[in-house]
Design a protein. Structure first.
Length: 392
């Protein structure tokens, strides 16, 4: 068993459980780090336990109790916590994903700034590193560090309780939770970590049972329609073998996308509809690009952003030609959020290559490689660069 993979998979669930039980985010992070350090000392000698999640949880809880014993402020809690530690450990992972979803709603508290809620949740409860969170929000790492520190400080100063919100509070917090779940999915998909992508889908299914909201349905549809192409994700869409796509998942996602768009349009439902058009096309040539562009036009009215504009430009390039798409990309060159966004450089590289401007395309691919955040993305871009250089 890969020890590093165990830590990646368990860290977020462990933090969520500890925050819920102890009500102190800083304490939870400290003892989580202590438990992982203990595992690094013991597991290479004793072997990875059969239930690594339970081992880490037990170790972290005991370390938390030790810390609280030394802090008289928490003396009133100590007796109860000691009883809890002495109980038999639960099966690894039992109930933890649901507890994590509950904490997602907790961190979506309206007292926190909107830009801080998702960042805090991804860093502390979903187990993302600070650079991964920064990449998800298209901001520098230093900026993201400040946001996370600010959110933690606000929680302490405002004494925001770590509790499951009441039923009437859930709809207000839902958009922030959906954003976090989708960020977990996109990071997992980009890094080829199916555990993260599938966990996000599972959480979305739970959300849909609890809150049958149109946008919850749209998000679930969107993730299913993207994940259906996971076996070919390291290739350009035009080169993918569509017989390897998961047709059952596509059928479910398409049906949910139709439900999500019934009676109105939401951002996730529109994005799901775009991906349904990709998945339903018999081949790349017969993709309904005019309809996809029309849907991106709708999306721009709902959630205008440089990233949506970038995707719209790529679709227009397929409908009207590479030159039309490149002109739109050039118009976005000064957008701050796209400056370090590698898909923007990759999109320019592809269109420059289609126009026969190989040297410029190669340079754009080099820039994209330098900005890509995962080894999977870098490998894909290197293959594209090699192909261009070989043809040149």
């Amino acid at each position: 068993m890969d020890v590093e993979q165990v830590f990646r998979e368990e860290r977020g669930r462990l933090l969520a459980t500890l925050v819920k039980r102890f009500g102190d985010l800083d304490l939870a992070e400290e003892v989580t780090s202590d438990a992982i350090e203990a595992a690094l000392r013991h597991w290479p000698v004793d072997g990875v336990p059969d239930r690594p999640g339970a081992w880490l949880l037990t170790t972290a809880r005991r370390k938390a109790v030790d810390r609280l014993r030394r802090d008289q402020v928490y003396a009133a809690r100590l007796a109860l916590l000691q009883v809890e530690v002495s109980r038999a450990d639960p099966p690894a992972g039992e109930g933890l994903p649901d507890e994590r979803l509950e904490l997602f709603f907790t961190c979506a508290h309206p007292a926190l700034a909107a830009e801080d809620r998702g960042a805090l949740t991804l860093r502390c409860l979903a187990g993302f590193t600070t650079p991964e969170v920064a990449r998800a929000y298209l901001v520098p790492v230093a900026t993201m560090q400040q946001r996370i520190v600010r959110a933690k400080k606000k929680i302490k100063e405002a004494r925001i309780p770590f509790r499951v919100p009441d039923a009437h509070e859930l709809p207000e917090r839902l958009p922030g939770v959906l954003q976090v779940v989708y960020s977990v999915f996109t990071e997992g998909y980009a890094a080829q970590r199916e555990d993260l992508a599938e966990e996000a889908i599972r959480l979305a299914r739970i959300l849909r049972r609890l809150l049958p909201d149109r946008e919850v349905t749209g998000l679930l549809a969107l993730m299913l329609l993207i994940h259906a192409r996971r076996s070919t994700r390291t290739e350009l869409l035009e080169d993918q073998d569509r017989s390897r796509w998961d047709r059952t998942m596509i059928d479910e996602g398409t049906a949910l996308a139709e439900i999500a768009l019934t009676g109105g349009h939401g951002p996730y439902g529109v994005q799901a509809a775009i991906n349904a058009l990709h998945d339903e096309a018999p081949d790349f040539t017969h993709t309904d690009w005019p309809q996809i562009v029309a849907l991106y036009d709708v999306l721009m009215t709902l959630t205008p952003s440089p990233v949506v504009a970038l995707n719209r430009a790529a679709a227009i390039a397929m409908r009207d030609g590479a030159e039309a798409g490149l002109a739109l990309l050039d118009d976005l060159a000064d957008e701050p959020k796209l400056r370090d966004y590698h898909p923007y450089r990759a999109a320019r590289a592809d269109l420059l290559h289609r126009l026969g401007r190989s040297e410029e395309a190669a340079q754009a691919y080099r820039e994209a490689i330098a900005l890509a955040g995962t080894e999977t993305e870098q490998d894909f871009l290197r293959r594209r660069l090699t192909a261009i250089e070989g043809r040149s």
